[in-house]
Design a protein around this ligand. Structure first.
Ligand SMILES: [Mn+2]
Length: 344
């Protein structure tokens, strides 16, 4: 019997969820495997693995949501797991559609929170490690990154570790590119360092020296150099437009940059009310400026077949930005859709 843990690959909340759950399986002294999940192919892969797990396996998914596109694979995987005496616990704070909640709730222990109530790491901490101080602090980092840090502009994180940790996660995803095993290796080393971390470094306020580990420090410096040059490139070529009573800004972002970082940098540089960060893959991240509660990012994301939170959301264009023509088309499409939305 073993426990299989899947958490969202993309950010501090997912990685801190994994670190907390890693502490749980260590404490319970059970065999375990930590892996990372994301929307699309990675989730399909995870569900087909879960479908074939050995008798009595336990699965925990944290900080990752189900939607209608994943539902058939998820349902099949959990049913098959249950038939073989296994069980699945799913902890999340993304917005689920009703159909997914209705069909998965009888099959698994599904614990959902509102997006800004409890993050994935907090749900993991409360469910499994309620007595553990380090887990409580790791959960606070997840919360800082997902919910609290971006409430002020510019962001002033409560923990020195949050922002550099978010950057390292972005960097490792970048280095791995599409190599799932490489990504797992890089992120897992981070998870192990966090689950074993000295408590005073997790809660530390040393913003100049947040890391306690040479490898983390070295990787972080390399990331910073790359980030600076790519961010300047993006800010320099950004475009603003007005719709409704608002000023919007569009930036084309290299995938090494975290969309959160770029979004906030664009909002600051152009004093805009909301930002559209477009990646080469055609994915769009939408973020509003502090206090612009009247802008609903999830509503704007729907214009691009997406969704998310009111304060931040994402969608897609449906094509890649391979050349300047595609970039031009992307910008004009965003301007047109958003203008139509506010004039309707
Ligand atoms: Mn989260």
């Amino acid at each position: 019997m073993a426990t299989f843990i899947y958490t969202h690959k993309a950010d501090c909340d997912g990685v801190c969820s994994a670190a907390i759950l890693e502490r749980y399986v260590d404490l319970e002294n059970v065999d375990s495997r930590v892996d990372f999940i994301d929307y699309g192919a990675l989730a399909q892969k995870a569900f087909s693995r879960i479908e074939g797990l050995a008798h009595g396996s336990e699965v925990i998914i944290a900080d990752f949501g189900c939607d209608i596109s994943l539902l058939p694979a998820a349902e099949r995987a959990i049913s098959s797991l249950n038939k073989r005496g296994g069980k699945l616990v799913w902890l999340d704070h993304h917005k689920w559609d009703e159909e997914s909640v209705r069909r998965l709730s009888p099959l698994a222990k599904v614990r959902l929170s509102k997006s800004d109530e409890l993050c994935g790491a907090e749900l993991s901490y409360l469910e499994y490690m309620g007595d553990d101080e380090l887990s409580r602090r790791l959960a606070a980092i997840g919360r800082d990154s997902d919910i609290d840090m971006w409430k002020t502009n510019p962001p002033s994180p409560s923990y020195a570790l949050t922002k550099p940790l978010a950057d390292l996660i972005t960097y490792y995803n970048y280095l791995a590119n599409d190599d799932d095993d490489k990504r797992r290796g890089l992120l897992l080393s981070l998870v192990r360092k966090l689950s074993d971390a000295p408590l005073d470094r997790i809660v530390g306020k040393d913003f100049d020296n947040p890391f306690w580990d040479n490898e983390m420090q070295k990787d972080f410096s390399e990331y910073k150099k790359l980030e600076t040059s790519k961010l300047e490139e993006c800010l320099g070529s950004a475009e603003t437009f007005k719709a409704g009573d608002y000023t919007f800004v569009i930036g084309i972002s290299d995938r090494v940059l975290s969309t959160t970082t770029v979004g906030n940098a664009l909002l600051n540089r152009y004093n805009a009310d909301a930002s559209f960060v477009v990646r080469e893959t055609g994915l769009i991240s939408i973020r509003r400026s502090t206090g612009r509660y009247s802008i609903k990012c999830d509503e704007l994301a729907k214009l691009f077949s997406g969704g998310g939170h009111e304060y931040a959301a994402g969608g897609k264009l449906g094509y890649e930005l391979k050349d300047l023509e595609a970039v031009k088309l992307a910008k004009s499409e965003i301007i047109k859709n958003v203008s139509t939305h506010y004039n309707a």
